[in-house]
Design a protein around this ligand. Structure first.
Ligand SMILES: Cc1ncc(COP(=O)(O)O)c(C=O)c1O
Length: 324
């Protein structure tokens, strides 16, 4: 196992340290007894900046890159957890932040609006929902801002581009370091996968460090083959940037826990969230982490884990429900 190789690979990329890391990793004792398996948790919901969650890890490197490129303005889209965290990080690091929102002002979630207001974010309403049309609107805004002399750094939806992915390569290094320090080896790593940088970063960290494990992404919306290809595409692009090898057989996606659809609560997800809350005081959300936890619980119940295995659940953030 090459424990220091991830830091060598990341060394040339500025990290603005938006996140407060390392995040806690510990055993869920009561849940483990209940399930008859060793279940650990990595509290990526506690990344400590604004609302926390997995997006701040991506912003560590995205803000670092924006500063490095002398940008003064950030542009991103949608009222997502990423854009809310980006609004906070942008403001703190001295950027003007512009966000294009899909839908009219009256249709927006009020908690999300209040947060953007608090952070003095410049909002544009009624942007098109369709990806290509939205990208065109972004290009238009970027050129208008550039004409005004601004140096614009564009943040991709969910922070899922090659630079954002570095955040989860770094997070994987934290897992490796934790194993080195405690002697606990994590045989399986389970997390929610959506815009893909979390999984792309974890599998690249896995690939670079040669730490023996299996990373399983529980899909939040897509069919497994579609999501797998999206993760592979981003991981490949990031591997090319870093000039490291990437083995696409490491990308495993399970779409069995999406339930009725994206951002629609599933019964299994609700039960999983209840179990985590009542046994451990760990709050999950119904869009991402509840569904990922439902997958973990079903794997535990159905003999998908060996008795001696240690399972690590990456808790990517628990407050999405407040913003839908
Ligand atoms: C709480 C939470 N978990 C998981 C994810 C999925 O992570 P990624 O978009 O990097 O695949 C998201 C994405 O929005 C999220 O908000």
């Amino acid at each position: 196992m090459r424990v220091d190789s991830i830091q060598k690979v990341l060394a040339g990329y500025p990290n603005a340290q938006v996140s407060i890391t390392p995040t806690p990793i510990y055993k869920l004792e009561r849940l483990s007894s209940h399930l008859g398996h060793n279940v650990y948790i990595m509290r990526e919901d506690l990344t400590g900046f604004a609302l926390g969650g997995n997006k701040t890890r991506k912003l560590d490197y995205l803000i670092g890159d924006a500063i490095n490129k002398n940008a003064d303005t950030l542009v991103t889209t949608k009222a997502s957890s990423f854009s809310r965290n980006a609004a906070a990080a942008g403001k703190v690091f001295g950027f003007d932040v512009h966000v294009l929102l899909v839908g009219e002002q009256a249709e927006q979630n009020s908690a999300s609006q209040a947060l953007f207001k608090q952070l003095e974010t410049r909002l544009y309403y009624s942007a098109p929902a369709e990806e290509e049309a939205l990208a065109e609107e972004v290009s238009k805004l970027v050129s208008e801002l550039e004409k005004l002399g601004r140096v614009v750094y564009e943040l991709h939806p969910g922070g899922s581009d090659s630079i954002g992915t570095l955040g989860y390569i770094n997070a994987f290094d934290q897992i490796v370091q934790c194993s080195t320090n405690t002697g606990i080896h994590f045989n399986k790593i389970i997390h929610s996968t959506g815009s893909t940088a979390t999984q792309a970063g974890l599998v690249l960290g896995h690939s670079i460090s040669k730490y023996a494990t299996a990373v399983v992404g529980m899909a939040a919306s897509q069919k497994a083959d579609v999501q797998r290809e999206r993760v592979c595409k981003l991981a490949r692009a990031t591997a090319d940037l870093l000039r490291v090898e990437f083995d696409q057989s490491l990308v495993v996606v399970d779409d069995g826990f999406v339930g009725p659809g994206y951002a629609i609560a599933s019964e299994e997800g609700e039960q999983a969230a209840k179990l985590f809350a009542t046994m451990e005081g760990v709050l999950l959300d119904s869009v991402y982490t509840g569904k990922a936890a439902a997958g973990l619980i079903e794997y535990a119940m159905n003999g998908m884990f060996a008795d001696e295995e240690n399972i690590l659940f990456v808790h990517t953030g628990g407050n999405s429900d407040l913003f839908y």
